[in-house]
Write a protein that binds this ligand. Structure first.
Ligand SMILES: CC(=O)N[C@H](C=O)[C@@H](O)[C@H](O)[C@H](O)CO
Ligand SMILES: CC(=O)C(=O)O
Length: 320
């Protein structure tokens, strides 16, 4: 299958879904958010309605509106907008896939259904195939995130012969630390032009060595610039400089992981760094504590990820 689109590569920010204090989606800041990613972080690809975007906590109608807003505001600014359309209901997933095609998204991604689960590779492929078929002109990415879905079918096994079943299959978003599995996905599919997108930001350098062609992650919202410097150093084969960048990023992620790090905390950090109010998360998530935000801010400053001048007025109120 020939796609006019160029291959998805480089950094892809997993977008946050901005919300108002009373839990509604705050569409009004998405335009600003696009500009921030492009101009301040050098990130021109986004992954919408995924884990970080609380995609599975939104209604289908909200997911459609969020996708539409990102595509509209990203037009002529972003390179690619990939919409995550995974859902427990195949029907809903197909509806979202079709909608992504209608609004002109650049690709769709799907996680494994995670309540009633597929137990074999063939069953999972059948599910993915039915979703992909609802958007036959869009590149399809499998989003492998076993720790959250509980579906542990190895990606390497899933990819074996996948294009025979899913002709639009274009790549993998791999959110797991098993570099044997990831490496074998790359190694066994060298003939294909697949995108191998790594999803564990703190280990990206190791995945680049294994052949990752890009990365999707939450931290690229605010550490995109730093991570791009790491990618450039890697590209120039300056491994010791690349490692310096990775360690610097790790110091921050390690610090927040110890405090308890997830989507809520990502929202608070992004509010702080960008000055764009991301708002609270939706239940079952709880808003990050003030202590968390204060500690994260101090750490960002000490690592030189944030200077006083970067702090926009109002960002503290918005994250408190
Ligand atoms: C579970 C999860 O949300 N993973 C994200 C993307 O896959 C990552 O971007 C992490 O947030 C990041 O690597 C920090 O641990
Ligand atoms: C991190 C990521 O890829 C997601 O939020 O789905």
């Amino acid at each position: 299958m020939a796609f006019p689109k160029k291959k998805l590569q480089g950094l892809v920010a997993a977008t946050i879904t901005p919300m108002t204090e009373n839990g509604e989606i705050n569409f009004s800041v998405i335009g600003q958010y696009v500009d921030y990613l492009v101009k301040e972080q050098g990130v021109k690809n986004i992954f919408v309605n995924g884990t970080t975007g609380e995609g599975l906590s939104l209604s289908i109608s909200e997911r459609r509106q969020v996708a539409e807003e990102w595509v509209t505001k990203g037009k002529d600014k972003l390179d690619q907008v990939v919409i995550h359309v995974g859902a427990l209901s195949l029907k809903e997933s197909q509806e979202l896939a079709q909608h992504a095609a209608e609004i002109g998204a650049d690709g769709i991604a799907v996680i494994a259904p995670f309540f009633l689960k597929p137990w074999t590779k063939d069953i999972l492929i059948n599910f993915l195939k039915e979703v992909a078929a609802a958007a036959p002109a869009l590149p399809f990415y499998y989003y492998h995130i076993p720790a959250l879905t509980g579906v542990k079918i190895r990606a390497e096994e899933l990819l074996d012969g996948i294009q025979d079943k899913i002709p639009t299959f274009q790549g993998l978003k791999f959110s797991d630390t098993d570099l044997l599995d990831f490496g074998q996905c790359v190694d066994q599919n060298r003939q294909q032009q697949f995108a191998f997108l790594f999803g564990v930001d703190e280990q990206l350098l190791s995945a680049l060595v294994m052949g990752a062609t890009g990365a999707v992650g939450s931290t690229y919202n605010y550490l995109g610039k730093k991570t791009n410097q790491m990618l450039e150093a890697f590209e120039r084969k300056d491994l010791s400089l690349a490692l310096n960048y990775q360690f610097c990023i790790q110091r921050f992620i390690n610090f927040v992981v110890k405090l308890g790090f997830g989507v809520s905390q990502t929202k608070a950090i992004m509010t702080l760094v960008s000055g764009i109010p991301m708002g609270p998360p939706r239940l079952p998530l709880q808003k990050a504590s003030r202590e968390f935000t204060d500690s994260a801010e101090a750490k960002l400053k000490s690592l030189d990820f944030l200077s006083f001048t970067d702090l926009k007025d109002g960002s503290l109120e918005a994250s408190s």
